[in-house]
Ligand binder design. Structure first.
Ligand code: NAD
Ligand code: UGA
Length: 434
């Protein structure tokens, strides 16, 4: 099938590449000309495990192309996915200007029937506006709008796309339904077919529910900490109940990334605009912000005075296996520490190039040991696998004081104490740093 993907970011690039891998002819479009030039030279602008190889393979087979010419892409394809960003506005609502722009451009260049599919995460009823704008700009050519929200996670995006728990298709015509069912058939995944509004809500509700699990477990972790209970055992004991499930019950510094923070907010705003309330999500957001403050206060408790201290930070990405630093907890913590006058040395295996652009006063280091050199304390902000393999005996010798604040519960508290570290984490016994 001939497919266009408009917006070649984390979602567009992964989806386009995977559709090509499934045997389709895919044109990925982006209005960022530098990005397209780089992709055409074989340089992949994001870090996502396995993506570079898959792009190379599908370009070689001539199934995957990159262009900044939306006209050509629209004319040559039948199914057009919109995968542009939907960032938050100041009031928390989704900024849909890029969706509008693409809807207008697609309408303008349509030369025959098209299915225009929202893959970006959008508030419910966005499809009505997409249709309205398209009709305003082209009242001659027949088209359908559909919703196909994306559920991939950064860091495991390819396998999430290729082996999804489910595919959701919001459609309102048999023609669009047939085309999309055919496109997704090779994945052999459960497919939920529904109307477009329901598909839009499924996406916001799913992300909000996962964010709720995280805030819930963080609240429980704080109770555990007061009484010497262990949040890991509590989460295990809860998660074995199939109705609860064990995933997304890892306590820590709270969620970050380009999606949960913005989607939770956007879901609250759209509910309010519709005259409804989903106040539980306001509490989820509040708890998530408090977790950052909790980690900061743990650092403060470990150091007493932060001013003038050297603090090593391991991990900047909002989670492991990605270079994405959008709404990364590490950025907030670093800024809070700098605000108190701390000097920061930081290391991340993949995210430092992005971080350098927004954290000018941080010393970025060549490895974990370098970040810990002379440190009064070390803060673990992202649980990269490579950090789990650190020789902490060596680390202890390099640091000025053996103090570790583990914001991701990455290390074993008993082992760390045994090695002589003053160690604290979230919701686990033995957290008392003094
Ligand atoms: P991104 O910022 O990485 O990519 C968006 C791309 O769209 C950019 O490259 C930008 O240049 C391009 N773009 C903007 N306007 C354009 C236009 N008019 N024409 C052509 N290209 C244009 O964003 P992302 O992380 O890929 O997210 C895209 C959408 O998918 C968002 O709604 C997001 O919530 C959703 N989503 C993201 C993820 C994820 O893991 N990142 C997962 C599921 C859903
Ligand atoms: C999330 C969802 O998991 C995807 O299904 C969805 O498609 C995507 O958002 C989106 O809509 O963009 P992603 O943000 O890539 O994916 O990463 P997650 O693995 O969900 O992690 C999000 C944040 O929650 C990270 O900061 C992570 O560290 C944190 N987290 C996750 C926890 O603190 N505890 C957990 O148990 C799980």
């Amino acid at each position: 099938m001939n497919i266009a993907i408009i917006g070649t970011g984390y979602v567009g690039l992964v989806s386009g590449t995977c559709f090509a891998e499934l045997g389709n002819d895919v044109i990925c479009v982006d209005n960022n000309k530098e990005k397209i030039a780089s992709l055409n030279k074989g340089v992949v602008p994001i870090y996502e495990p396995g993506l570079e190889e898959l792009i190379r393979k599908n370009r070689r087979k001539n199934r995957l192309r990159f262009t900044s010419c939306i006209k050509e892409a629209v004319e040559k394809t039948k199914i057009i996915f919109i995968a542009v960003g939907t960032p938050p506005k100041l009031d928390g609502g989704a900024d849909l200007r890029y969706i509008e722009q693409v809807s207008r451009d697609v309408a303008r260049y349509m030369n025959n029937y098209k299915v225009v599919v929202e893959k970006s995460t959008v508030p419910v009823e966005t499809n009505k506006w997409v249709k309205y704008i398209m009709r305003l700009n082209n009242h001659k050519i027949d088209f359908d709008v559909a919703s196909n929200p994306e559920f991939l996670k950064e860091g495991s995006a390819i396998s999430d796309f290729m082996n999804p728990d489910r595919v959701v298709l919001g459609v309102e015509s048999e023609r669009a339904k047939k085309l999309l069912l055919k496109l997704y058939k090779p994945l052999k995944a459960p497919i939920v077919v529904t109307n477009i509004q329901s598909a839009e809500i499924i996406k916001h509700a799913s992300n909000s529910f996962l964010a709720t699990k995280i805030s819930f477990i963080n609240s429980v972790a704080n109770i555990c900490e007061k009484v010497g209970a262990d949040i890991e055992k509590v989460a295990e004991g809860m998660g074995l109940d199939k109705r609860i499930g064990s995933s997304f019950l890892n306590a820590g510094v709270g969620y970050g990334g380009s999606c949960f923070p913005k989607d939770v907010q956007a879901f609250v705003r759209i509910a309010e605009r519709l005259g409804c309330r989903i106040d539980i999500l306001k509490e989820v957001e509040k708890i998530n912000k408090q977790q950052r403050k909790l980690i900061f206060s743990k650092i403060e408790k470990a150091l007493w005075i932060i001013n003038g201290k050297n603090i090593g930070v391991l991990g900047i990405a909002f989670k492991p296996n990605t270079d994405d630093i959008r709404s990364a907890p590490a950025i907030d913590i670093i800024k809070m520490l700098q605000g108190e006058g701390a000097k920061i040395r930081a290391y991340d295996p993949k995210a430092m190039e992005h971080a350098k652009k927004i954290l000018p006063n941080v010393d970025f280091c060549k490895n974990s040991y370098d970040a810990a050199r002379g440190a009064d304390a070390l803060v673990i902000m992202t649980e990269w696998d490579s950090f789990k393999k650190i020789d902490f005996a060596k680390m202890k010798k390099i640091m000025r004081h053996p103090i570790i604040i583990d914001a991701r519960n990455m290390l074993d508290p008993k082992k760390m104490k045994k090695m002589g570290f003053n160690y604290t984490s979230v919701g686990r016994p033995g957290h008392e740093i003094l």
